[in-house]
Design a protein around this ligand. Structure first.
Ligand SMILES: *[C@@H]1O[C@H](CO)[C@@H](O)[C@H](O)[C@H]1NC(C)=O
Ligand SMILES: *[C@@H]1O[C@H](CO)[C@@H](O)[C@H](O)[C@H]1NC(C)=O
Ligand SMILES: *[C@@H]1O[C@H](CO)[C@@H](O)[C@H](O)[C@H]1NC(C)=O
Length: 380
């Protein structure tokens, strides 16, 4: 057992060289570079003191707050009161955003997604768990299970005052993809019912890569699990975690927005978020093509498969066509290619417009990365 020290991008973690979990079959995934696959003790139980439970919050977007987001926070002990919030209507569908590691994503990204769901007519909730995510990464990974249990209790209480799980949809980014899974698993234990939809945005690979379905996001967690894979060898993971997984541009690296701005780890990982943001607003335009294996999806080798099966990455994914899909995208927001995406030579399309004309998007991306860095450093 040796102590290893990894520094990749902004993520700095210590971890102990691991033991392999049982029931793991590498052929599921194709060949992976296996960044930080296992973390010793990550599945060991951990508990949260009753007093500390007060720092788990669900934020509710107030009515008429589309332009100016204002929120009411409900702590663990007051979840059932959410039903009384004037911005919360039990007749409507409900969306909850489940943030990832250190939660810079909730602050900067969660809000923009919340506004779109609000416009789509949903009740909008954001989970806040920063007491338990702004810590060493493997510890945060270990806490996802316990957080999942307690948030499930909150949602079960909200269900007891009328929340319909058939109208409940969760979106989990990165580490939040697994927190969301533990919420759903525990919610079913507590209520005997399934959450309707889970959307995984490049669920975290580090510390989860080799774990079985009961220890990470899985298709058995909800009525329907949609997974979007954008950085499968590093921050994400390559296994098919949903009923449908879209391996975007092969699932590993995303096309850069400008030729001088590489889209490496964080950029590719967080692209999953912006893809979903676009998919919500541009339904039926992200069209994936079905593959037999994950390795085929990685290799962009699914176009000669017969018959050709397609599916869309959005709120309208055809649930009768589960499986592994390759999805080609354009390199810039809003990313979708429409029907061009299922042409065999789409690869050229997705790359052709990179170059100097993108000064604006470069500035935007640089600002985004700068903001994230600032936020991450603040938490160290
Ligand atoms: C759920 O409701 C019970 C009974 O009303 C209450 O004792 C408990 O604290 C609530 N738990 C949460 C997580 O809201
Ligand atoms: C819950 O979802 C799982 C996975 O989609 C499914 O197998 C199971 O039948 C569902 N259970 C209920 C009670 O609907
Ligand atoms: C970065 O942060 C500043 C100030 O906090 C904000 O005005 C700006 O819109 C942010 N930019 C991006 C791209 O998120």
């Amino acid at each position: 057992m040796g102590m290893c020290f990894f520094k990749v991008g902004f993520l700095v973690v210590n971890y102990l060289v691991p033991i392999f979990a049982v029931n793991y079959d590498a052929s599921m995934e194709g060949f992976s570079l296996d960044f930080l696959p296992d973390c010793t003790g990550v599945t060991e139980p951990v508990s949260i003191e009753p007093e500390s439970l007060k720092s788990i919050f669900i934020l509710v977007m107030d009515p008429d707050s589309i332009s100016k987001a204002t929120w009411t926070r409900y702590d663990y002990y007051h979840a059932a009161d959410i039903a009384k919030n004037p911005g919360f209507d039990l007749e409507k569908k409900t969306f909850m955003f489940v943030p990832g590691y250190v939660e810079f994503l909730a602050a900067f990204l969660g809000w923009s997604m919340a506004e779109i769901y609000k416009k789509l007519g949903y009740n909008v909730l954001i989970l806040e768990t920063k007491e338990f995510t702004a810590m060493g990464y493997p510890t945060a990974a270990r806490y996802t299970r316990r957080i999942g249990f307690h948030v499930a209790e909150m949602l079960a209480n909200l269900t007891s005052v009328g929340l319909d799980p058939k109208k409940l949809e969760l979106v989990g980014l990165s580490l939040g993809g697994h927190t969301m899974s533990f919420i759903a698993k525990n919610y079913r234990q507590l209520t005997g019912r399934n959450i309707s939809l889970l959307v995984g945005l490049d669920p975290a690979g580090p510390c989860f890569r080799h774990l079985g379905p009961d220890q990470r996001l899985d298709s058995t967690d909800a009525d329907f699990v949609l997974n979007i894979a954008t950085n499968i060898n590093e921050y994400g993971m390559s296994a098919n975690l949903g009923h449908v997984t879209f391996y975007v541009n092969g699932g590993e690296y995303q096309p850069r927005e400008a030729w001088w701005l590489p889209c490496s780890l964080e950029c590719s990982h967080v692209r999953s978020f912006f893809l979903w943001l676009s998919a919500l607003q541009n339904p039926h335009n992200f069209i994936g093509i079905q593959c037999d294996t994950i390795q085929q999806a990685r290799n962009n080798d699914c176009y000669d498969r017969t018959p050709t099966v397609t599916n869309t990455m959005d709120l309208y994914t055809d649930r009768t066509k589960p499986g592994i899909y390759y999805l080609a995208t354009f390199n810039k927001f809003p990313y979708y290619l429409g029907l061009r995406g299922i042409e065999k030579n789409n690869k050229g399309i997705s790359r052709q417009k990179t170059g100097f004309s993108n000064a604006e998007s470069y500035v935007e991306s640089a600002a985004k990365i700068y903001n994230m860095t600032k936020f991450l450093l603040q938490f160290k």
